[in-house]
Ligand binder design. Structure first.
Ligand code: ME8
Length: 505
């Protein structure tokens, strides 16, 4: 394992405002980025906006604004989404930046130097919505397989010798079975490539909004060649990427075209592409015409930031499609966050405040019971190497499993509090009450450390309430060596994860 970790979101088209789907991908990447930092890794987390191409040019025209002014404005909405979701991206790339134009042209020259670019002419179907070329045989009822409208395009065009990379790609997939996840998606890519790849048109001459082809400025670089290069433009010494996170809609561009470009350019390939599933809203496709587009800021305002992040990552196994419904959100927040973690914290912290002099209680180590040890074994770790218990699962984006394990720790702590009944011990055996509350506080410390990637606000509030110093909140601090110190003064408790009332659904 190298100590560096480079993760990227897709760069989003600036034809429209951010919605739940964009928030989803970004929050997933943010959780991984935070996790890797807590695991002591040096992380680069990149996001940004894809600002060239016909689709964006058209949107600017429809808005009656010059393209540059238009992309400046819409890109800002994506930056704002990052603030609303408290994304911890280290960089935000815009493809209209000079650093990117230069990098895209340099990439073109590399492909050219490899002898992989030739001039020809393209005659075929193009879907502006997807910014993709389609074969006649792929069309369904005269439309792209994605449902996008297609138009007939005939123009001079440079081509990339994609066909040459059919076998090298198949060899690469075979040698790197985890390159494309999840497996079902990998199989789709494999059968597509096995069908044989055709050379790819990589320039257009019928519009202007893009990066000019070096040495032939009548041609504009195909927006996907331009866009994919962003991951390298902003890599800052972190190349190759450890993970490109994408939605399943754009897997082919990332798992076929991008690796072929990189092979041609004689550059290292990314380690992994993960294609996640698709969200519908209350059972319907999200669309402007239906009027059901969910704005991330709206969710955060209504349900809370942690709650929104939590729902997105926990509700469906990552990779599968999901359906957003207010009912599901409501139930999930109450069941997992309010009733489980919130309840555990509330019961424990209020007893600490009332019965332990607002300090971490004393524990009597000479009288530890089996159940105390069982709880500690569950939440603490004994060796630092194993501190990030879910490192492999996180690298494979198994969020629901990772979160599920933390929740079952909270359930175990709730069972412990019920069984030990410290409120009864208060009268019968105050010393034992202190020992029990100590173990509960320590369990919450560990649980809060592990929750940080997913519900960062609430996790840091919990750690504040247990007076855990800022520099002792990483996974390596889950060992007994860093356990709470009896006698440490605690601030006043405040609730985390309040129950949602029925009318909030
Ligand atoms: O494709 N469910 O940009 P884009 C889940 N610029 N995820 C969704 C979603 C939904 N309903 N809707 C959107 C582009 N997404 C290109 C990418 S990368 C070099 C260039 C997410 O604005 C998902 O991650 O259309 C999807 O892949 C991405 O937004 C598409 O964003």
């Amino acid at each position: 394992m190298t100590n560096r970790y480079y993760i990227t979101t897709p760069i989003y088209y600036v034809n429209d405002k951010p919605h739940l789907g964009h928030a989803y991908t970004s929050v997933a990447c943010d959780a991984i980025a935070r996790y890797m930092r807590l695991d002591g890794r040096e992380v680069k987390f990149l996001t940004g906006t894809d600002e060239h191409g016909q689709k964006v040019e058209k949107s600017a025209k429809n808005a009656g604004i010059p393209p540059q002014a238009f992309v400046d404005e819409v890109s800002e909405h994506f930056r704002e989404m990052g603030q609303v979701l408290q994304l911890t991206n280290d960089d935000f790339i815009r493809t209209t930046e000079v650093r990117h134009r230069d990098a895209a042209q340099a990439m073109w020259k590399r492909l050219e130097a490899a002898g992989d670019i030739y001039l020809g002419s393209y005659a075929g179907w193009y879907a502006t919505r997807d910014e993709a070329f389609y074969q006649e045989s792929e069309l369904v009822d005269g439309k792209a397989p994605t449902g996008a409208e297609v138009e007939w395009v005939e123009e001079p065009s440079y081509f990339f010798r994609l066909s040459k990379y059919t076998q090298p790609l198949l060899d690469f997939y075979a040698a790197n079975p985890d390159f494309i996840l999840p497996e079902s998606r990998r199989n789709e890519v494999l059968s597509f490539v096995k069908g044989g790849l055709k050379d790819l048109s990589i320039s257009r001459t019928t519009f202007e909004w893009g990066v000019p082809v070096p040495g032939d400025s009548k041609h504009i670089m195909y927006v996907w060649l331009d866009a994919l290069t962003n991951y390298f433009t902003a890599s800052d010494g972190f190349w190759p990427a450890d993970l490109h996170m994408v939605g399943k809609d754009i897997l082919r561009f990332h798992a076929v075209y991008w690796p072929a470009f990189l092979m041609s350019a004689k550059m290292e390939l990314p380690k992994r592409i993960f294609a996640h599933g698709w969200w519908t809203i209350e059972g319907e496709k999200m669309s402007k015409s239906i009027g059901n587009v969910v704005a991330p800021a709206h969710l955060v305002e209504k349900y809370g930031l942690d709650q929104t992040r939590y729902f997105l990552l926990r509700e469906v196994p990552f990779g599968s499609d999901g359906n957003f419904s207010r009912r599901a959100m409501f139930d999930r927040i109450n069941a997992d966050l309010a009733n489980n973690i919130g309840n555990l914290a509330q019961r424990t912290l209020s007893m600490l405040a009332k019965n332990c002099g607002e300090a971490v209680p004393m524990r009597d180590d000479s009288k530890l019971l089996e159940q105390d040890k069982v709880l500690m074994d569950l939440v603490q770790v004994t060796d630092v190497e194993g501190a990030a218990k879910a490192r492999d699962q996180m690298e494979r984006c198994k969020f629901a499993e990772v979160i599920g394990a933390v929740l079952s720790m909270a359930s175990a702590a709730n069972e412990y509090i019920d069984r030990e009944a410290p409120w009864t011990l208060k009268k019968t055996d105050p010393a034992r009450m202190h020992t029990v509350l100590y173990h509960l506080a320590e369990a919450i410390r560990c649980i809060a450390i592990m929750l940080q990637p997913f519900t960062p606000d609430a996790a840091s509030k919990l750690l504040d309430q247990l007076a855990v110093p800022q520099d002792r909140r990483m996974f390596c601090h889950l060992t007994p060596e860093f356990a709470l110190v009896p006698g440490t003064a605690l601030p006043k408790p405040e609730g985390v994860f309040p129950r949602l009332m029925a009318d909030a659904a």
